[in-house]
Design a protein around this ligand. Structure first.
Ligand SMILES: NC(=O)c1ccc[n+]([C@@H]2O[C@H](COP(=O)([O-])OP(=O)(O)OC[C@H]3O[C@@H](n4cnc5c(N)ncnc54)[C@H](OP(=O)(O)O)[C@@H]3O)[C@@H](O)[C@H]2O)c1
Length: 296
């Protein structure tokens, strides 16, 4: 059932003269040590995964200076600098790591400004293509509350030329609307996958405005997706469960961009190949029922 589809899921152009990327990208978070803290177990393996992703055509890499902290950005620089012209590195600000590996909010103007400079230095760049303001909320779920102050700082950093385009992460529809009154938002990165579909309405809302939606935990994150329906569908299609989960996201909406994370070359190739998998309507209906079952 593998059919010819556009390479890496076809392209998407970020609005307001933003760059164009393939819809299938790569999330670099898993390259840090256990718990996204400290150096990787296999440094050379991490470098190979990054180089192989770019060699396979990936031109959208998601990162943050708080992965490690600093570790993942330094690996990206070591593996890929000087960067290919079309490579878009998307990073994020808004958190810092405690000595016990905890994730702490860091959204004061001083913290955001110093984090931009950390990202620039560790990635070896003069300006950052796209930067998401990550709101801590309930860690992996957003919670309401004004983001005006922090987003105004992001707009100021953009005015200074340190950030080209701004995105948001772990936010609600209300917070996105509040931010868009201050400056343009080109992408939103929230928790979403086949089994976790709180953002269904938001995805459609953003699609209508040309804003990219980039799900984090597309494969379930620290707890990989498991479902007998998913496994059955995958077996019937001659694919893996993870490929079906990624193909479902690509077919869910044209504004969805994927950044599956892996530290494994084999998984990287498996995930990229998911862009060629076509899910016919009856299969989509079966897969849609997974979320219905999970949410009841
Ligand atoms: N904005 C935010 O708050 C936020 C939060 C979390 C993540 N992110 C970003 O989103 C990206 C994606 O999220 P994620 O990496 O946490 O989760 P994910 O992509 O849902 O899943 C990654 C996990 O799945 C495993 N995996 C990957 N491909 C696989 C395959 N083909 N078969 C079996 N297992 C596979 C990986 O292990 P192996 O290494 O063994 O392959 C890893 O444990 C991150 O890399 C990061 O850039 C953003």
């Amino acid at each position: 059932m593998i059919q010819t589809k556009p390479a890496l899921g076809g392209s998407f152009s970020f609005q307001k003269t933003g760059p164009t990327v393939w819809r299938m990208g790569y999330g670099a978070m898993q390259l840090a040590g256990p718990g996204v803290f400290g150096p990787p177990k296999d440094h050379d393996g991490a470098i190979k995964v990054l180089r192989e992703a770019v060699a396979a055509g990936v031109n959208h890499i998601d990162t943050s200076d708080f992965y490690g902290p600093h570790v993942v950005n330094k690996l990206i620089r070591e593996a890929l600098h000087p960067y290919p012209n079309d490579l878009v590195i998307v990073t994020k600000l808004g958190a810092k790591r405690g000595p016990d590996a905890s994730w702490l909010p860091a959204i004061s103007a001083a913290e955001l400004t110093s984090a931009v400079h950390d990202n620039l230095r560790h990635l070896g760049l003069d300006a950052l293509d796209i930067v998401n303001l990550r709101i801590m909320g309930k860690i992996h779920e957003p919670s309401e509350g004004s983001i005006e102050e922090a987003f105004t700082t992001m707009a100021e950093l953009q005015r200074q030329g340190l950030i080209r385009h701004i995105g948001l992460s772990n936010v609600t529809s209300k917070q996105i609307a509040e931010a868009r009154r201050i400056a343009d938002v080109v992408c939103v990165q929230n928790h979403y996958n086949l089994a976790h579909r709180d953002d269904d309405a938001l995805i459609d809302e953003l699609a209508a405005s040309g804003i990219a939606y980039v799900p984090f935990f597309p494969l379930g994150g620290f707890t990989p997706l498991q479902s007998s329906t998913l496994s059955d569908v995958a077996a019937r299609l001659g694919a893996t469960a993870m490929q079906v989960a990624l193909a479902w996201l690509l077919q869910r909406s044209p504004n969805i961009l994927l950044i599956p994370g892996t530290s494994s070359l084999a998984h990287l190739h498996e995930n990229l190949a998911a862009a060629k998998l076509n899910l016919p309507p009856p299969v989509l209906a079966e897969l849609n029922a997974i979320a219905t079952a999970t949410n009841h």
